[in-house]
Design a protein around this ligand. Structure first.
Ligand code: TUI
Length: 314
Protein backbone atom coordinates (compact mmCIF):
# COMPACT_ATOMS: atom_id res chain seq x y z
CA UNK A 1 0.00 0.00 0.00
CA UNK A 2 1.35 3.39 -1.05
CA UNK A 3 0.30 6.73 0.45
CA UNK A 4 2.01 10.13 0.70
CA UNK A 5 3.16 9.11 4.20
CA UNK A 6 4.65 5.73 3.19
CA UNK A 7 6.52 7.55 0.40
CA UNK A 8 7.64 10.43 2.66
CA UNK A 9 8.92 8.10 5.39
CA UNK A 10 10.02 5.22 3.12
CA UNK A 11 8.00 2.65 5.07
CA UNK A 12 5.97 -0.32 3.84
CA UNK A 13 2.71 0.25 5.76
CA UNK A 14 0.92 3.50 6.73
CA UNK A 15 1.26 2.82 10.45
CA UNK A 16 3.16 5.05 12.87
CA UNK A 17 3.61 3.88 16.44
CA UNK A 18 2.62 6.34 19.19
CA UNK A 19 5.58 7.82 21.09
CA UNK A 20 4.42 6.72 24.52
CA UNK A 21 6.57 7.90 27.44
CA UNK A 22 7.95 5.07 29.64
CA UNK A 23 6.56 2.60 27.07
CA UNK A 24 8.06 3.25 23.65
CA UNK A 25 11.64 2.03 24.06
CA UNK A 26 14.12 1.05 21.35
CA UNK A 27 12.89 -2.55 21.48
CA UNK A 28 9.28 -1.62 20.61
CA UNK A 29 10.35 0.97 18.03
CA UNK A 30 12.67 -1.50 16.27
CA UNK A 31 9.95 -4.17 16.23
CA UNK A 32 7.50 -1.75 14.60
CA UNK A 33 10.04 -0.54 12.04
CA UNK A 34 11.11 -4.11 11.22
CA UNK A 35 7.44 -5.02 10.70
CA UNK A 36 7.03 -2.25 8.09
CA UNK A 37 5.63 0.62 10.17
CA UNK A 38 7.43 3.61 11.68
CA UNK A 39 8.73 2.78 15.16
CA UNK A 40 9.09 5.69 17.56
CA UNK A 41 11.14 6.10 20.74
CA UNK A 42 9.10 8.07 23.31
CA UNK A 43 11.39 10.64 24.94
CA UNK A 44 8.71 11.75 27.44
CA UNK A 45 10.40 13.47 30.37
CA UNK A 46 13.59 11.40 30.04
CA UNK A 47 17.00 13.10 30.01
CA UNK A 48 18.91 13.38 26.73
CA UNK A 49 21.37 10.61 27.75
CA UNK A 50 18.51 8.09 27.87
CA UNK A 51 17.29 9.18 24.44
CA UNK A 52 20.84 8.91 23.05
CA UNK A 53 21.21 5.36 24.40
CA UNK A 54 17.84 4.28 22.96
CA UNK A 55 18.62 5.83 19.56
CA UNK A 56 21.89 3.88 19.43
CA UNK A 57 20.06 0.69 20.46
CA UNK A 58 17.43 1.11 17.76
CA UNK A 59 20.13 1.58 15.12
CA UNK A 60 21.57 -1.80 16.17
CA UNK A 61 18.17 -3.49 16.00
CA UNK A 62 16.92 -2.23 12.64
CA UNK A 63 18.18 -0.70 9.42
CA UNK A 64 14.69 0.65 8.68
CA UNK A 65 13.55 4.25 9.30
CA UNK A 66 12.56 5.10 12.88
CA UNK A 67 11.71 8.23 14.84
CA UNK A 68 11.72 9.93 18.23
CA UNK A 69 8.71 11.55 19.88
CA UNK A 70 9.57 14.78 21.66
CA UNK A 71 7.19 15.66 24.51
CA UNK A 72 7.30 19.44 24.50
CA UNK A 73 6.46 19.86 28.22
CA UNK A 74 9.68 18.01 29.14
CA UNK A 75 12.39 20.05 30.89
CA UNK A 76 14.94 18.33 28.61
CA UNK A 77 13.54 19.31 25.18
CA UNK A 78 16.53 21.41 24.08
CA UNK A 79 19.07 18.67 24.84
CA UNK A 80 16.84 15.98 23.29
CA UNK A 81 16.67 18.04 20.07
CA UNK A 82 20.50 18.20 20.05
CA UNK A 83 20.71 14.40 20.30
CA UNK A 84 18.21 14.04 17.45
CA UNK A 85 20.27 16.28 15.20
CA UNK A 86 23.66 14.80 16.15
CA UNK A 87 22.44 11.23 15.72
CA UNK A 88 20.75 12.06 12.40
CA UNK A 89 17.39 10.70 13.54
CA UNK A 90 15.36 10.64 10.29
CA UNK A 91 12.01 11.81 11.70
CA UNK A 92 10.44 13.22 14.85
CA UNK A 93 6.90 13.50 16.07
CA UNK A 94 6.06 16.05 18.78
CA UNK A 95 3.33 16.22 21.38
CA UNK A 96 1.73 18.42 24.02
CA UNK A 97 2.70 21.76 22.49
CA UNK A 98 3.89 23.85 19.56
CA UNK A 99 7.34 22.83 18.22
CA UNK A 100 7.64 26.08 16.20
CA UNK A 101 10.90 27.36 17.66
CA UNK A 102 12.79 24.14 16.82
CA UNK A 103 11.64 23.72 13.21
CA UNK A 104 14.23 25.83 11.38
CA UNK A 105 17.20 24.00 12.91
CA UNK A 106 15.60 20.56 12.45
CA UNK A 107 14.90 21.29 8.78
CA UNK A 108 18.44 22.57 8.22
CA UNK A 109 19.58 19.17 9.49
CA UNK A 110 17.17 17.18 7.32
CA UNK A 111 15.06 15.88 10.20
CA UNK A 112 11.46 15.28 9.07
CA UNK A 113 8.97 16.84 11.48
CA UNK A 114 5.47 15.51 12.13
CA UNK A 115 3.83 17.38 15.04
CA UNK A 116 0.68 16.26 16.78
CA UNK A 117 -2.06 18.87 16.50
CA UNK A 118 -5.41 19.00 18.26
CA UNK A 119 -6.87 21.87 16.18
CA UNK A 120 -7.12 23.18 12.62
CA UNK A 121 -5.50 26.46 13.71
CA UNK A 122 -2.26 24.83 14.88
CA UNK A 123 -2.17 22.56 11.81
CA UNK A 124 -2.36 25.62 9.53
CA UNK A 125 0.23 27.54 11.51
CA UNK A 126 2.67 24.63 11.45
CA UNK A 127 2.16 23.96 7.75
CA UNK A 128 3.46 27.49 7.08
CA UNK A 129 6.65 26.73 9.01
CA UNK A 130 7.46 23.83 6.69
CA UNK A 131 6.61 20.72 8.73
CA UNK A 132 6.35 17.57 6.60
CA UNK A 133 2.98 16.30 7.83
CA UNK A 134 0.74 16.58 10.90
CA UNK A 135 -0.84 14.02 13.18
CA UNK A 136 -4.45 14.95 13.96
CA UNK A 137 -4.99 13.30 17.34
CA UNK A 138 -8.51 13.02 18.71
CA UNK A 139 -10.02 13.09 22.19
CA UNK A 140 -10.25 9.27 22.23
CA UNK A 141 -6.48 8.99 22.63
CA UNK A 142 -4.64 8.06 25.78
CA UNK A 143 -2.40 10.48 27.63
CA UNK A 144 -2.45 14.21 26.96
CA UNK A 145 -5.47 15.04 24.78
CA UNK A 146 -7.28 17.84 22.98
CA UNK A 147 -11.03 18.50 22.80
CA UNK A 148 -12.07 17.34 19.34
CA UNK A 149 -12.80 13.73 18.50
CA UNK A 150 -10.86 11.95 15.77
CA UNK A 151 -14.00 11.79 13.61
CA UNK A 152 -14.46 15.57 13.74
CA UNK A 153 -10.80 16.67 13.79
CA UNK A 154 -9.28 14.60 10.98
CA UNK A 155 -11.49 15.71 8.04
CA UNK A 156 -11.33 19.35 9.14
CA UNK A 157 -7.52 19.28 9.29
CA UNK A 158 -7.44 17.45 5.93
CA UNK A 159 -9.56 20.21 4.35
CA UNK A 160 -7.36 22.98 5.71
CA UNK A 161 -3.81 21.87 4.91
CA UNK A 162 -2.01 20.56 1.82
CA UNK A 163 0.56 18.44 3.67
CA UNK A 164 -0.31 14.81 4.50
CA UNK A 165 -2.38 14.14 7.63
CA UNK A 166 -1.99 11.17 9.97
CA UNK A 167 -5.07 10.19 12.00
CA UNK A 168 -4.74 9.19 15.67
CA UNK A 169 -7.07 8.43 18.55
CA UNK A 170 -9.39 5.44 18.80
CA UNK A 171 -7.58 3.45 16.10
CA UNK A 172 -6.44 -0.09 16.88
CA UNK A 173 -7.39 -2.36 13.98
CA UNK A 174 -8.10 -2.57 10.25
CA UNK A 175 -11.50 -0.94 10.67
CA UNK A 176 -9.85 2.11 12.22
CA UNK A 177 -7.28 2.28 9.43
CA UNK A 178 -9.95 2.18 6.69
CA UNK A 179 -12.04 4.79 8.55
CA UNK A 180 -8.99 7.08 8.81
CA UNK A 181 -8.26 6.70 5.09
CA UNK A 182 -11.91 7.47 4.35
CA UNK A 183 -11.56 10.71 6.34
CA UNK A 184 -8.65 11.71 4.11
CA UNK A 185 -5.74 10.64 6.32
CA UNK A 186 -2.64 9.16 4.67
CA UNK A 187 -1.65 6.99 7.65
CA UNK A 188 -2.59 6.21 11.24
CA UNK A 189 -0.76 6.58 14.52
CA UNK A 190 -1.49 3.73 16.92
CA UNK A 191 -0.56 3.81 20.60
CA UNK A 192 -2.85 1.85 22.92
CA UNK A 193 -2.80 -1.33 20.82
CA UNK A 194 0.99 -1.43 21.09
CA UNK A 195 0.77 -1.31 24.90
CA UNK A 196 -0.18 -4.97 24.52
CA UNK A 197 2.57 -5.98 22.11
CA UNK A 198 4.91 -8.75 23.26
CA UNK A 199 7.95 -6.54 22.65
CA UNK A 200 6.62 -3.66 24.78
CA UNK A 201 8.83 -3.31 27.85
CA UNK A 202 6.20 -2.39 30.42
CA UNK A 203 5.11 -4.27 33.53
CA UNK A 204 2.84 -7.24 32.65
CA UNK A 205 0.18 -5.91 35.07
CA UNK A 206 -0.36 -2.91 32.75
CA UNK A 207 -0.94 -5.14 29.72
CA UNK A 208 -3.44 -7.16 31.78
CA UNK A 209 -5.23 -3.99 32.90
CA UNK A 210 -5.59 -2.83 29.28
CA UNK A 211 -6.95 -6.24 28.27
CA UNK A 212 -9.44 -6.14 31.16
CA UNK A 213 -10.59 -2.58 30.41
CA UNK A 214 -14.04 -2.08 28.91
CA UNK A 215 -15.36 0.67 26.66
CA UNK A 216 -16.20 3.08 29.53
CA UNK A 217 -13.19 2.49 31.72
CA UNK A 218 -11.14 5.59 30.89
CA UNK A 219 -11.52 9.03 32.48
CA UNK A 220 -9.93 12.43 31.96
CA UNK A 221 -7.89 13.82 34.81
CA UNK A 222 -6.08 17.15 34.94
CA UNK A 223 -8.65 19.13 32.92
CA UNK A 224 -8.54 21.86 35.62
CA UNK A 225 -4.76 22.23 35.21
CA UNK A 226 -4.93 22.84 31.45
CA UNK A 227 -3.26 19.47 30.79
CA UNK A 228 -6.09 16.95 30.42
CA UNK A 229 -4.88 13.35 30.41
CA UNK A 230 -6.89 10.21 29.59
CA UNK A 231 -6.20 7.24 31.85
CA UNK A 232 -7.82 3.95 32.78
CA UNK A 233 -9.83 4.53 35.99
CA UNK A 234 -8.00 3.52 39.15
CA UNK A 235 -7.35 4.74 42.72
CA UNK A 236 -5.03 7.54 41.58
CA UNK A 237 -7.52 8.77 38.95
CA UNK A 238 -10.37 8.80 41.51
CA UNK A 239 -8.29 10.76 44.02
CA UNK A 240 -7.20 13.17 41.29
CA UNK A 241 -10.82 13.80 40.23
CA UNK A 242 -11.97 14.27 43.84
CA UNK A 243 -9.25 16.85 44.45
CA UNK A 244 -10.10 18.64 41.20
CA UNK A 245 -13.79 18.77 42.19
CA UNK A 246 -12.79 20.32 45.51
CA UNK A 247 -10.83 22.97 43.60
CA UNK A 248 -7.40 21.82 44.78
CA UNK A 249 -4.50 24.11 43.74
CA UNK A 250 -2.44 23.05 40.67
CA UNK A 251 0.67 22.45 42.85
CA UNK A 252 -1.15 19.79 44.86
CA UNK A 253 -2.34 18.06 41.69
CA UNK A 254 1.13 18.28 40.17
CA UNK A 255 2.59 16.63 43.26
CA UNK A 256 0.08 13.79 42.98
CA UNK A 257 0.94 13.27 39.30
CA UNK A 258 4.73 13.46 39.66
CA UNK A 259 6.40 10.15 38.82
CA UNK A 260 3.04 8.42 38.43
CA UNK A 261 3.47 7.34 34.78
CA UNK A 262 6.76 5.57 35.51
CA UNK A 263 5.25 4.04 38.66
CA UNK A 264 2.53 2.49 36.52
CA UNK A 265 4.34 1.49 33.34
CA UNK A 266 7.64 0.31 34.81
CA UNK A 267 6.79 -0.72 38.38
CA UNK A 268 3.34 -2.09 37.55
CA UNK A 269 1.47 -0.07 40.18
CA UNK A 270 -1.83 -0.04 38.28
CA UNK A 271 -3.77 1.47 41.22
CA UNK A 272 -1.48 4.30 42.39
CA UNK A 273 0.18 4.94 39.00
CA UNK A 274 -1.01 6.81 35.91
CA UNK A 275 -2.50 4.18 33.58
CA UNK A 276 -2.56 6.24 30.38
CA UNK A 277 -4.49 4.51 27.59
CA UNK A 278 -7.06 5.43 24.95
CA UNK A 279 -10.78 4.67 24.76
CA UNK A 280 -10.03 1.86 22.30
CA UNK A 281 -8.48 -0.16 25.18
CA UNK A 282 -11.84 -1.97 25.39
CA UNK A 283 -11.17 -3.54 22.00
CA UNK A 284 -7.83 -5.06 22.92
CA UNK A 285 -8.11 -8.66 24.01
CA UNK A 286 -4.66 -10.25 23.79
CA UNK A 287 -0.93 -9.78 23.82
CA UNK A 288 0.70 -10.45 20.43
CA UNK A 289 4.01 -9.82 18.69
CA UNK A 290 4.21 -6.48 16.84
CA UNK A 291 4.54 -8.19 13.47
CA UNK A 292 1.26 -10.08 14.00
CA UNK A 293 -0.54 -6.91 15.10
CA UNK A 294 0.60 -5.00 12.02
CA UNK A 295 -0.05 -7.85 9.55
CA UNK A 296 -3.50 -8.36 11.07
CA UNK A 297 -4.38 -4.65 10.75
CA UNK A 298 -3.27 -4.59 7.10
CA UNK A 299 -5.07 -7.84 6.23
CA UNK A 300 -8.28 -6.68 7.91
CA UNK A 301 -8.10 -3.29 6.16
CA UNK A 302 -7.68 -4.92 2.74
CA UNK A 303 -10.65 -7.26 3.35
CA UNK A 304 -12.85 -4.36 4.49
CA UNK A 305 -11.95 -2.25 1.48
CA UNK A 306 -12.81 -5.14 -0.86
CA UNK A 307 -16.13 -5.72 0.94
CA UNK A 308 -17.04 -2.05 0.83
CA UNK A 309 -16.30 -1.81 -2.90
CA UNK A 310 -18.32 -4.98 -3.53
CA UNK A 311 -21.29 -3.77 -1.49
CA UNK A 312 -21.11 -0.28 -2.92
CA UNK A 313 -21.24 -1.61 -6.49
CA UNK A 314 -24.22 -3.90 -5.88
O1 TUI B 1 1.46 14.34 23.78
C1 TUI B 1 0.57 13.54 23.65
N1 TUI B 1 0.27 12.63 24.60
C2 TUI B 1 0.92 12.54 25.79
S1 TUI B 1 2.22 13.47 26.31
C3 TUI B 1 2.24 12.68 27.77
S2 TUI B 1 3.35 13.07 29.04
C4 TUI B 1 2.40 14.13 29.98
N2 TUI B 1 2.22 13.80 31.23
C5 TUI B 1 1.49 14.57 32.04
C6 TUI B 1 0.91 15.75 31.59
C7 TUI B 1 1.06 16.10 30.31
C8 TUI B 1 1.82 15.29 29.47
C9 TUI B 1 1.28 11.75 27.80
N3 TUI B 1 0.57 11.67 26.69
N4 TUI B 1 -0.20 13.52 22.55
C10 TUI B 1 -0.04 14.49 21.54
C11 TUI B 1 -0.93 15.63 21.76
N5 TUI B 1 -0.56 16.86 21.59
N6 TUI B 1 -2.22 15.61 22.13
C12 TUI B 1 -2.66 16.88 22.16
C13 TUI B 1 -1.59 17.66 21.82
C14 TUI B 1 -1.53 19.08 21.67
C15 TUI B 1 -2.33 19.94 22.40
C16 TUI B 1 -2.23 21.30 22.23
C17 TUI B 1 -0.61 19.62 20.76
C18 TUI B 1 -0.50 20.97 20.61
C19 TUI B 1 -1.32 21.79 21.33
O2 TUI B 1 -1.22 23.13 21.09
C20 TUI B 1 -0.69 23.95 22.05
C21 TUI B 1 -0.33 25.26 21.43
O3 TUI B 1 0.66 25.82 21.90
O4 TUI B 1 -1.00 25.70 20.50
Amino acid sequence: MKTKITELLKIKYPIIQGGMAWVATARLAAAVSNAGGLGIIGAGNAPAEWVLAEVRKVKNLTDKPFGVNVMLLSPHVDEVMEVIIEERVPVITTGAGNPGKYIKKLKENNVKIIPVVASVALAKRLEKTGVDAVIAEGHESGGHIGELTTMALVPQVVDNVSIPVVAAGGIADGRGLVAALALGAQAVQIGTRFLCAEETEIHPAVKEAVIKAGDRDTVITGASTGHPVRVIKNKLARRFLELEQKGAPPEELEKLGAGSLRRCMQEGDIEEGSLMAGQIAGLIKEIKPVKEIIEEIMHEAREIMKRIVREFDE
